[in-house]
Design a protein around this ligand. Structure first.
Ligand SMILES: NC(=O)c1ccc[n+]([C@@H]2O[C@H](COP(=O)([O-])OP(=O)(O)OC[C@H]3O[C@@H](n4cnc5c(N)ncnc54)[C@H](O)[C@@H]3O)[C@@H](O)[C@H]2O)c1
Length: 374
């Protein structure tokens, strides 16, 4: 184990290593970190040498590595962001914690609930800051709905619905379509975010009744190569019972024509005893709000909820559907600097995984399943 101090970082300088420099690292983690004063991108690690060199040129980073052990030993970053295929999350998190690093890891945190329990224990024992990249918690509309809920404006939530419907088409989608690399399909890709923000808003889910479907084989890549058929679900739906007594209805699908190519549908609708509120990702700066006998009307998200407090991000900059994601890096770095827990932490990653495992079991056994550990 490292002998690095667990005290708040009083100098404000944080050296961050990026492990896995593919799509989400380039789209979210790098631009989020790069704009925070006092953050240095200390090095990059990825076994794909071509991509690694491309990122080195684009981002002008000196230290690049294909091997994570050598990267951690030689670069000695204060913190790492892990954005690799899901199967690599556990071994890389354990390596990084052992090297004394704070860790922000992509979702799903692990391949199974049991793995995530181990990761929470390891992170807590290390004394480092740990965070799961549940990005949608940072949508301005979500910040505002969380506030409305906690301040009592919606009353008690009785029921809610959560939908993520997209049209990815039938072509192969790489590591995401294999259980051995991803753990699950649409559930771990899109569903796990909705489990997380539903639990953030409404408290723990105690039981689920689920169904899954695999509609496409995905044996052809877009450039005509043949690959092994996928072995995970394209579509998943479940009813959830919350500890509060509320119910939730969830549906996620990657093959929903009408919702593409840029019309991805992402909706969370909470129906409370006083009012209902709707979050829609594609209008992130407004919500829908409706009280009794009142049709839904648009409410702009107040300025104080457009970014996280202190975030260096200008909420009017760029495409608001993308740029809210940079606040995730701000939360991670702020937690390190302030010597506090990050939100959402590995614990939240573990609680979402407990529900995800129960969903897969429920679908396989065609029955209600209790969520473990609630
Ligand atoms: N939070 C979100 O909104 C969100 C969005 C997209 C993806 N993700 C998650 O991010 C992760 C990565 O997804 P992606 O879309 O960027 O995938 P990707 O395939 O584009 O990138 C993954 C990268 O990891 C690299 N890699 C593989 N093994 C590695 C290892 N041992 N060490 C270092 N790098 C390694 C690959 O070479 C590749 O460059 C996944 O866990 C995914 O679920 C999250």
């Amino acid at each position: 184990m490292s002998t690095k101090s667990t005290k708040p970082n009083s100098t404000n300088e944080v050296r961050v290593g990026l492990i896995g420099v593919g799509g989400i690292c380039a789209g979210v983690h790098y631009p989020g970190l790069e704009r925070i004063p006092g953050v240095e991108i200390a090095g990059l690690c990825d076994p794909n040498e071509t991509l690694l060199q491309q990122r080195q040129r684009e981002w002008e980073i000196d230290n690049i590595y294909t091997d994570s052990e050598a990267f951690l030993a030689e670069v000695q970053p204060d913190a790492v962001v892990i954005a690799t295929p899901n199967v690599m999350h556990r071994p890389l998190i354990l390596q990084a914690l052992a090297a004394g690093c704070h860790v922000l890891c992509e979702k799903p945190l692990g391949m199974t609930y049991a793995e995530t329990v181990e990761l929470v224990e390891a992170a807590r024992a290390s004394g480092r800051v740990h965070m799961t990249a549940f990005t949608y918690r940072f949508v301005p509309g979500m910040n505002y709905i969380r506030h409305l809920l906690r301040s009592g404006e919606l009353g008690e939530i009785r029921h809610a619905r959560f939908q993520r419907l997209q049209d990815w088409g039938p072509a192969a989608i790489g590591w995401r379509q294999y259980k051995a690399m991803a753990g699950s399909g649409e559930l771990g890709d899109m569903g796990i975010h909705r489990i997380d923000f539903a639990q953030d808003l409404m408290g723990p889910i105690v039981a689920v009744c689920a169904a899954t479907k695999q509609w496409e084989e995905r044996t052809q890549t877009r450039d005509g190569q043949t690959v092994p058929r996928q072995d995970v679900e394209d579509w998943v739906a479940w009813i959830a019972e919350f500890k509060s007594g509320a119910t939730g209805v969830f549906e996620m699908g990657k093959l929903t024509k009408g919702y593409g190519p840029n019309g991805d549908h992402d909706l969370a609708e909470l129906n409370g005893t006083k009012a209902s509120a709707v979050y829609r990702l594609h209008t992130p700066h407004e919500i829908l709000f409706g009280e009794r006998q009142q049709p839904y009307h648009t409410r702009p998200v107040p300025a104080e909820f457009l970014t996280r407090p202190g975030s260096p991000r200008d909420p009017q900059e760029g495409d608001p559907i993308r740029t809210f994601r940079y606040d995730q890096a701000w939360e991670f770095i702020s937690a390190i600097r302030e010597g506090r827990d990050a939100v959402p932490s590995f614990y939240d990653g573990m609680r979402a995984q407990a529900v995800a495992d129960a969903i897969l079991q429920s679908a396989a056994e065609r029955r209600w399943v209790d969520v473990p550990g609630v």
